[in-house]
Structure formats: structure tokens, C-alpha cells
Write a protein that binds this ligand. Structure first.
Ligand code: ATP
Ligand code: MG
Length: 139
């Protein structure tokens, strides 16, 4: 059975472009309930750990630098089929390839600066949510 929670970040470009409100509105309009929410900034250590799976990729250094370049919003979201439905709502990694109406199509700048993160599995949704929030911060 598909899990009902996912984890998201509004990345530094999404915050910088003034779209926190617009992006959260799209998320709640799509039926996601916010279970945890935080405005914070990742340390280099946190960003490296969060994107550890990409450590061998050529863009890893650039990705860590970008993700630590400014504040982010972190959130845990709840909805039936949360992981897949949220990936559909945000669209393809590269906004040039993202479907019309998706968050990345509307608000992302580029494949690197793509406005939002969405967990790619139920297992990672739990790991990523616990990475950013303690139990008493999740409602
Ligand atoms: P995310 O995990 O952030 O939700 P994603 O699952 O769509 O994005 P991944 O393949 O997991 O994409 O890549 C993680 C992030 O690394 C991307 O969102 C993007 O910010 C960055 N990235 C991916 N590919 C490239 C690339 N070729 N050049 C630069 N940055 C990239
Ligand atoms: Mg990913």
C-alpha cells in the first residue's frame, strides 16, 4: 500500500523569487495537509548528508553549494498516495520538461535551481522527514 506522507523543501531559488506563498497554496489546493513546517537554512554538513546519494555525480558540489545558499522551507505533507501525487504536482526535474501547471513549470529557473524537492519513495519520505523534524514538531 502506498504511504500517505511525503517530505518537501522549497529550495533557495523558490524562497528567493518570493514564491513561498504561491507554492504552499498550490500544495494545499492539491489536497496535501501540512503536518510539519520549518523556515531554516541547511548547513554544508546537512546538505551533503541530505543529497548523499548524489555524492558521485558531477553536479554534487554545485548542488550542495546551491542548497546552502539561502533559506529554505522544509515540510512534511499528508495525502493518499503522497509520494507519487506530489512528484506529479511538482513536475520533471528540469522545468523545461515539466508539464504545464506543475510547480516547477510555474516557478523553477533551471534543472539545478528547480524550486522544490519531493521525496522519491515512502522509505525516503520517512528518512527525510525525520532528518528535518523531531517527533514533537510533527502534527
Ligand atoms: P529532488 O530530489 O530535489 O526532488 P529530483 O528527484 O527531481 O529532485 P534528482 O535526480 O534527485 O532529481 O536530483 C536532485 C537535485 O539535484 C535536482 O532536483 C537538482 O536540483 C539537482 N540536479 C539534478 N541533475 C542535475 C544536473 N544535471 N545539473 C545540475 N543539478 C542537477
Ligand atoms: Mg530526487
Amino acid at each position: 500500500m502506498a504511504g500517505n506522507r511525503t517530505f518537501t523543501m522549497i529550495k533557495p531559488d523558490g524562497v528567493e523569487s518570493g514564491n513561498i506563498g504561491n507554492i504552499l497554496q498550490k500544495i494545499t489546493d492539491a489536497g496535501f495537509v501540512i503536518k510539519a513546517l520549518k523556515y531554516t537554512r541547511l548547513s554544508e554538513e546537512q546538505a551533503k548528508k541530505f543529497y548523499e546519494v548524489h555524492a558521485e555525480r558531477p553536479f554534487y558540489g554545485e548542488l550542495v553549494e546551491y542548497m546552502t545558499s539561502g533559506p529554505i522551507i522544509a515540510a512534511i505533507l499528508e495525502k493518499d498516495n503522497a509520494v507519487a501525487d506530489f512528484r506529479a504536482l511538482i513536475g520533471a526535474t528540469d522545468p523545461a520538461e515539466a508539464a504545464e501547471g506543475t510547480i516547477r513549470k510555474l516557478y523553477a529557473e533551471s534543472k539545478a535551481k528547480n524550486a522544490v524537492h519531493g521525496s522519491d519513495s515512502d522509505e525516503n519520505a520517512v528518512i527525510e522527514g525525520e532528518f528535518h523534524f523531531s517527533a514533537n514538531e510533527i502534527f
